[in-house]
Write a protein that binds this ligand. Sequence first.
Ligand SMILES: NC(=O)c1ccc[n+]([C@@H]2O[C@H](COP(=O)([O-])OP(=O)(O)OC[C@H]3O[C@@H](n4cnc5c(N)ncnc54)[C@H](OP(=O)(O)O)[C@@H]3O)[C@@H](O)[C@H]2O)c1
Length: 274
Amino acid sequence: MAMQYVEANGARIPAIGLGTWDLRGRTCARVVEQALRLGYRHIDTAEMYGNEREIGEGVRASGVRRDDVFVTTKVWQDHLSPPEFERATKDSLVKLRLSEVDLLLIHWPSPRIPLAETIGALCRMKQAGFARHVGISNFTVPLVEEAVKLSTEPLVTNQIEWHPYLDQSKVVAACRQHGLSVTAYSPIARGRAVADKQLRLIGLHHRKTASQVCLRFLVQEGAIVIPRTSKLERLEENMTIFDFALDPPEMDEIRKLANRRGRVVDWSGAPNWD
Ligand SMILES: NC(=O)c1ccc[n+]([C@@H]2O[C@H](COP(=O)([O-])OP(=O)(O)OC[C@H]3O[C@@H](n4cnc5c(N)ncnc54)[C@H](OP(=O)(O)O)[C@@H]3O)[C@@H](O)[C@H]2O)c1
């Protein structure tokens, strides 16, 4: 399968990556290794996932050249002061056994640390050669605007929850305006999309599963998708999304699934920035 890429502010990011939240130990290393063998070229992790060591192991075991794999990690909310940010980044690199990551993200914004300080630290990590590209995650429209103003380095993505049940058009538009890509996390709504009647029905016309229709929808909307699976047999299913296309009425039908209670990731602990 030919990989597709999303270009954003100087970065070239594989349009599908493997999500790894909650993947642990040997399972994590095996899934990463197998994903890369199958053709995935993008792995998403974070210091908070506690699996960076196994991600590194999986990447090395796959035999895929380091330069051919796009590795993203994220600095957790408790480590956003500049000295903590630098320490956390270096710890991640030690665990991954990499000299640099392809993309370093601020995992969640924090009202406790001025954004200017964290963005400054993020940019310094790129300037020091620890990250090829930098970006943000879980940033709302006003925060995207603020981050873009503060950053001396191009921000290449905003990683946010995005799937058919959640309308993210406002934040997506803000990102586009500034050249950022959008990375869709929980792209199959933590599994909810798999059983969706409409997605299944659309899938029947294309001989595709609901999960594939859901991921294809997001890719056609311009997103980078990072579905997670712990099952080797589902890796291939989730990446086989570049050999069919949804037509405009199908895209419209899927957009109609969005609703106010669509979120699957708990934002109750997140600051109300809007
Ligand atoms: N930046 C952030 O704050 C943030 C927040 C959340 C997530 N993320 C990232 O985004 C990634 C993906 O999001 P997510 O893990 O929340 O959810 P997701 O990828 O939407 O869904 C994962 C769930 O779907 C199931 N699944 C996957 N493929 C399937 C298929 N083809 N058929 C049936 N079931 C399938 C998986 O179960 P099995 O394992 O049994 O296949 C798992 O329970 C994360 O792993 C993480 O890397 C980032």
